[in-house]
Design a protein around this ligand. Structure first.
Ligand code: HEM
Ligand SMILES: [Cu+2]
Length: 557
């Protein structure tokens, strides 16, 4: 008896990977908490209300806050969530333990890298936004910390590859299980994708910020940045898709319609996520329109797996709704479990992804981009994508993952529900307003509340921004209350009641399916992905590397 009680005290004895997952998740959500604090203030700014004089001396400028917002939310939180979810889920699915030494190394690298980068950010020595385009020059610690943080994700790549290889060896001839397949393609894609950023930071920005070289070529730096900068959004998105494909159907009370289609979508992401970055450089000089056009076409290709996803998931949810007794054309929608916050997060996120994705087509269409480039339209677009779809899926996942990892039951389910609805409403209102203002020509990344008079035509939409800022502040408050009240309580469920990960069953499985078998040739597809990248980036990069034109850095803040 005594022994059993003791075992109960160390909740992680049997599953040490739970603890490292919890650490990654908690660090990620803490970054989100700090980063999100600035969001409502930015929304007020775009509503003509200036709260920044109140923040001095803690925060020196609007732009310092915006740098923290972008870095903590879009880089730190997203990566940590991917590292937590997409190592843990495959381990659980395969019933195997990841290499724990390396798992902890990945956590420490993330933690230390974050600490190093945070110091100059908080000290106003790297107010360069999360894109840190040269010649704006931040403190070296910002680049060094960011590099260590990103390299931590390479350890996660290795962890999943290692799990997969061990499983394959033990199960020769079998098709990779679904969650593991999705995670594996995600990590392989990220390996290829991250190379641009790693080269930009290691070869150019770090030596430059340390004073070892005098200048950096802005065009090459931006090209390397966007080589990673587009696929990084799929790196953020795919963990949300894993939740949507492999968990949501079960939570909705149904099954995933098709396992092979899910694999095919992720395979297409592996192939087409990277060779598209010039759609962020339509307005850049020094890249010929032919290359920009090629990237436009490839960008439209990478929309295909998301369109597929829309159909597969909508069909799975419809099936779930009908299984729950929903009748008629729309009755299945009402029958879904709208009172379950685990369902609400990813589902409301997916709904927001529809207008979000539509805007993405506009952004990607070469000439149309001229209308909205660098306006608030872009901010409206990606808040529907990353700040809604990805973030809400992570919130939904936290509602079941944290009880699963800690055996602590969710506290305040009503607040959890409210947080999801308010986040959804707030983001969609703000997204609408920012799109419209962008269309009217209001620039993004601007402390416009200092010059309100200039944008009178946008007044109604500015009012909407201010309102959505207040709604989102409440949404964030409710969510973080639930999160931390759950984590900090002492109650634990008995061992036997540990909630399991609600992995979905599938209607049509991979066995004997041609597509599933083809997709499982991971090495071959990886090689195809490399070839596509060489085709889309090889020549332009060679040209840029052989005609470098470095310019000195500046600090304008
Ligand atoms: C309370 C919720 C949030 C609100 C009200 C909010 C609001 C805003 C606003 C108004 C801007 C535009 C600032 C400007 O261009 O000057 C902005 C920028 C941005 N937000 Fe959010 N946001 C929120 C949450 C998030 C989340 C959860 C993420 C990502 C996971 C995110 C990622 C970003 C990024 C990447 C930028 C661009 C930063 C830049 O241009 O350098 N935001 N946000
Ligand atoms: Cu992009």
């Amino acid at each position: 008896m005594a022994v059993r009680t003791l075992a109960n005290v160390d909740a992680y004895a049997e599953h040490p990977e739970k603890k490292v997952t919890l650490y990654l998740l908690t660090l990620g959500f803490s970054a989100l908490l700090l980063g999100t604090l600035f969001g409502p203030l930015q929304a007020l700014n775009y509503g003509g209300i200036d709260a920044y004089p109140l923040l001095k001396p803690l925060v020196q400028s609007y732009y310092q806050g915006l740098t923290l917002h972008g870095v903590l939310n879009a880089i730190i939180f997203t990566q940590l969530f991917a590292q937590a979810l997409l190592v843990y889920l495959p381990a659980r699915e395969l019933r195997m333990r990841p290499n724990m030494t390396l798992a902890w190394i990945s956590w420490w690298m993330a933690f230390i890298g974050l600490g190093i980068a945070a110091t100059p950010l908080l000290g106003n020595a790297a107010t360069v936004l999360y894109t840190f385009y040269p010649p704006l020059k931040g403190h070296w610690a910002f680049y060094v910390g960011a590099a260590i943080f990103v390299l931590s994700s390479w350890v996660s790549i290795y962890l999943v590859l290692d799990l997969w290889r061990r499983w394959k060896r033990a199960n020769p001839g079998k098709i990779t299980p679904l969650v593991t397949y999705l995670s594996l393609t995600h990590w392989l894609m990220w390996f290829l994708a991250s190379l641009g950023l790693v080269v930009e930071v290691a070869v150019f920005l770090i030596p430059w910020s340390l004073g070892l070289v005098q200048g950096v070529d802005p065009l090459l730096a931006r090209t390397l940045f966007w080589y990673t900068g587009h696929p990084i959004v799929y790196f953020w998105l795919l963990p949300a898709y894993v939740v949507a494909y492999t968990i949501l159907p079960r939570v909705a009370g149904g099954k995933l319609i098709s396992d092979p289609l899910a694999r095919l979508a992720f395979l297409l992401f592996l192939l087409f996520s990277v060779p598209v970055g010039f759609h962020h450089q339509f307005a850049d000089p020094g890249i010929s329109p032919g290359w920009k056009f090629l990237h436009t076409v490839l960008t439209l290709m990478v929309a295909v797996p998301s369109l597929m996803t829309a159909f597969t998931l909508a069909a799975s949810l419809e099936r779930a709704g009908r299984a729950r007794g929903g009748k008629g054309l729309l009755g299945w929608i009402r029958a879904l479990p709208w009172d379950n916050p685990v369902f609400l997060g990813p589902t409301l996120g997916l709904i927001s992804f529809i207008p979000g994705g539509a805007g993405g087509f506009v952004n990607a269409s070469f000439p149309l981009n001229q209308v909205i480039h660098n306006t608030t339209w872009i901010v409206g677009h990606f808040h529907l994508q990353v700040a809604t779809m990805v973030t809400m899926s992570a919130m939904g996942a936290a509602f079941f993952l944290i009880p699963h990892l800690t055996r602590k039951p969710l506290v305040g389910i009503g607040y959890a529900r409210a947080s999801q609805w308010l986040w959804f409403i707030g983001m969609n209102l703000m997204g609408f307003a920012l799109h419209w203002m962008g269309y009217l020509g209001v620039p993004r990344r601007a402390h416009i509340s200092e010059v309100v008079g200039q944008y009178q035509g946008a007044a109604p939409f500015m009012a909407l921004n201010a309102i959505s800022g207040v709604i989102l502040f409440a949404a964030a408050g409710f969510f973080f209350y639930v999160l931390f009240a759950t984590l900090l309580q002492n109650r634990r469920l008995p061992e036997a009641q540990t909630p399991e990960i609600p992995f979905t069953e599938v209607v049509s499985g991979p066995e004997g399916n041609r597509i599933a078998q083809l997709t499982d040739r991971v090495g071959f597809w990886f090689a195809v992905a490399v070839i596509l990248i060489v085709v889309a980036y090889g020549l332009p990069l060679i040209q840029m590397f052989t005609s470098l034109n470095p310019v000195p850095g500046m600090r304008l803040w």
